[in-house]
Design a protein around this ligand. Structure first.
Ligand code: UT7
Length: 335
């Protein structure tokens, strides 16, 4: 009877996914030429082997490239898109929003949109938000993007932080579904008490740009790695187990865990807590590093060919804020 629960209700199905990563590959070896680090340290502590750096352009350029491929793949006119949500912490500008810029670059002239700041949880926050507009009947075509040009806020004199991040973008199309496929449930959480452990301290209204903020490296991402690690391991694992329990899903029922790619050790802890073997876990951290809001759609993009209609996916993330959560998705198509 489980599969009949959603009959008649409109759900928001992911009907396409695309990604964009810059051509420029930077290996651990390359990094160790100008940062005091080693391939051995980065590999054993994080699982990362290489990442991509965007040489020219902004987050909107990576997002627009992913969206153009998405629309071409589905043969959809940009004018048909109703709403664009961009999860990012590296917008082109403080304002206007990156969503505005992406709509302009792609020609989505009938769409409105906004940026959503939830750091590494940007995509699951955006997916949950976008799904509401489909479920309510307000919109028929919503694009949710996760993009970050992390190199625009990396401090290459801070070896604990700079080695883990990379640049990239992923985008999904959401459309109404009446077969009970798509976004089924989500649990989203936040705790602002954790804000000082992972943040970009300056550039906002608290610490506007000044000579001091620049001299003190305050426009770069700052992370207290061990603290974040502690919270990430516990919360990402707990919320992923919680969404399974809430929806009566056993580890047998789950086809894929789609985890935020921050650290292989956090991913392993989450999979263990859910009782999932490695074969059911999407992992591409070794190739892209941590692309912040980009990691989850980039996983879906990389694994798209292996996904089948009806597959049960648990998307799970933890990031700055703190923000975290899990989304239960039933995959809607065979590619
Ligand atoms: O995506 C958003 C959420 N973010 C996360 O989930 C990240 C969570 N945190 C982490 O993944 C880990 O804390 C890191 C990968 C960032 C760091 O790993 P760690 O095991 O926590 O290392 P640490 O910061 O405790 O540093 C251990 C040692 C230190 O040396 P000593 O004091 O033991 O001599 C560091 O100085 O490693 C040293 N170290 C490095 N050595 C070589 C720190 N960074 C590097 C480096 N290369 N890049």
């Amino acid at each position: 009877m489980k599969h009949l629960v959603n009959m008649g209700k409109i759900t928001a199905a992911i009907t396409a996914v695309e990604g964009f990563v810059p051509d420029n590959v930077v290996t651990n070896e390359d990094l160790s030429k100008f940062v005091d680090t080693s391939d051995e340290w980065i590999t054993t502590r994080t699982g990362i082997k290489e990442r991509r750096y965007l040489k020219e352009g902004a987050s909107s350029d990576m997002a627009a490239a992913a969206v153009k491929k998405l629309l071409a793949k589905k043969n959809i006119d940009p004018l048909e898109i109703d709403l664009v949500i961009v999860g990012t912490v590296t917008p082109d500008y403080p304002f206007p929003s990156t969503a505005n810029v992406v709509c302009d670059k792609v020609g989505m002239k009938n769409a409105w949109g906004f940026d959503l700041i939830a750091a590494c949880s940007g995509f699951i926050y955006g997916l949950t938000t976008g799904a509401q507009f489909i479920e309510s009947g307000k919109h028929k075509k919503v694009i949710v993007i996760g993009v970050d040009k992390m190199t625009s806020i990396l401090d290459f004199s801070d070896r604990t932080t700079c080695v883990i991040f990379g640049d990239g973008a992923g985008a999904v199309l959401l459309e109404p579904n009446e077969e009970g496929l798509g976004v089924i449930d989500s649990i989203l959480r936040s705790d602002g008490a954790g804000r000082n452990y992972l943040l970009q301290p300056a550039g906002g209204s608290l610490n506007p740009a000044s000579h001091d903020t620049v001299d003190n490296h305050m426009h770069y991402v700052k992370q207290e790695g061990q603290q974040v690690f502690k919270f990430a391991v516990t919360n990402m694992a707990e919320v992923s187990a919680e969404i399974m329990e809430k929806n009566n899903l056993t580890s047998e029922d789950v086809t894929w865990l789609v985890p935020h790619q921050a650290n292989l050790r956090i991913i392993d802890a989450t999979a263990n807590r859910m009782g999932l073997p490695k074969e059911k876990v999407m992992i591409n951290i070794q190739r892209y590093g941590n692309t912040t809001a980009g990691t989850l759609p980039l996983c879906l993009w990389d694994y798209e060919k292996q996904l089948r209609k009806g597959d049960v996916l648990i998307l799970s993330a933890f990031g700055g804020g703190f923000t975290w959560g899990a989304v239960y998705v039933k995959w809607a198509y065979n590619s």
